[in-house]
Design a protein around this ligand. Structure first.
Ligand SMILES: Nc1ncnc2c1ncn2[C@@H]1O[C@H](COP(=O)(O)OP(=O)(O)OP(=O)(O)O)[C@@H](O)[C@H]1O
Ligand SMILES: [Mg+2]
Length: 242
């Protein structure tokens, strides 16, 4: 199975604004995710991080701005066409098909590229996520929480994305699970997949991100390496604290 995507090109969001009735959730935000890069997206609650993922994946339509994967414009496509173009995601709140088994949840990820997966390919994908679950026929809803999160990553990888968007994948994980997750993400990136990582766990961000974009009230207030971000006064004031 090819490790990486249909399209080894950068995901570029330029000047993206998303307004809901009365709320500017994202305000002229730009970022770039190169193939193989891990870009952290951080900021306080309500800063617009999930909104940016929703805009990239076609779940919400930007009020203005452009989103492209290489030369392909994504910002007017419906979600299923964005997925087919090479963008996969996980959700802040786990969204598995709880009544389907583990194998069928992973297979669902391959539907985005009209593909099918053998059981051995499914096992390979699960192993990449560091899962300890080996029963492909177990109902997804019956898995422990950490396993559900890893299964979501496996489902996203089944789409063989060019770019993978992870919305707080370590939320609710213990430190040991978070370290395994970090290794998974780094290994996926080293196969050429660009990763956008929304995460509150700053030690994970510092450990694996090549660059970090900081949002506050929908605006990008800083972009830099994890080290640069950690000593940026505006970031400390808005988010990191002292
Ligand atoms: N469907 C919606 N309708 C109206 N307002 C929304 C909607 N979705 C999000 N918002 C608002 O947009 C802003 C950005 O929300 P968003 O969920 O993107 O933040 P976030 O950075 O992901 O926060 P968190 O860290 O809590 O997940 C918030 O003010 C939120 O209340
Ligand atoms: Mg969010």
């Amino acid at each position: 199975m090819a490790a990486s995507g249909v399209n080894a090109e950068a995901l570029v969001a330029e000047n993206v604004t998303v307004r809901y009735a009365g709320v500017t959730a994202l305000d002229d935000a730009s970022l770039r995710v190169e193939p193989g890069a891990i870009v952290g997206l951080i900021g306080p609650n309500g800063a617009g991080k999930t909104t940016l993922i929703n805009a990239i994946t076609g779940v919400v339509r930007p009020t203005s701005g452009t989103i492209a994967l290489g030369t392909k414009r994504l910002d007017r496509l419906p979600a299923h066409r964005v997925a087919r173009a090479g963008i996969a995601r996980t959700y802040q709140n786990v969204r598995l098909f709880a009544r389907l088994d583990v194998a069928d949840n992973v297979r669902a990820g391959a539907f985005a590229r009209s593909g099918t997966l053998s059981d051995s390919e499914i096992v390979t994908l699960l192993e990449r996520t560091g899962t300890t679950e080996r029963d492909l026929r177990r109902r997804a809803g019956a898995l422990p929480y950490g396993e559900q999160r890893r299964l979501e990553v496996a489902r996203a990888l089944a789409a063989r994305p060019a770019t993978l968007l992870l919305d707080e994948p370590a939320a609710g994980m213990n430190p040991a699970e978070t370290i395994v997750l970090g290794r998974t993400i780094a290994s996926v990136a080293s196969s050429g997949v660009g990763i956008l990582l929304v995460e509150h766990d700053m030690s994970l961000v510092a450990a694996i991100c090549t660059s970090v974009v900081v949002l506050n009230f929908g605006r990008v207030i800083a972009t830099g390496t994890p080290q640069e971000i950690a000593r940026d006064p505006a970031v400390i004031e808005a988010y990191l604290g002292t």
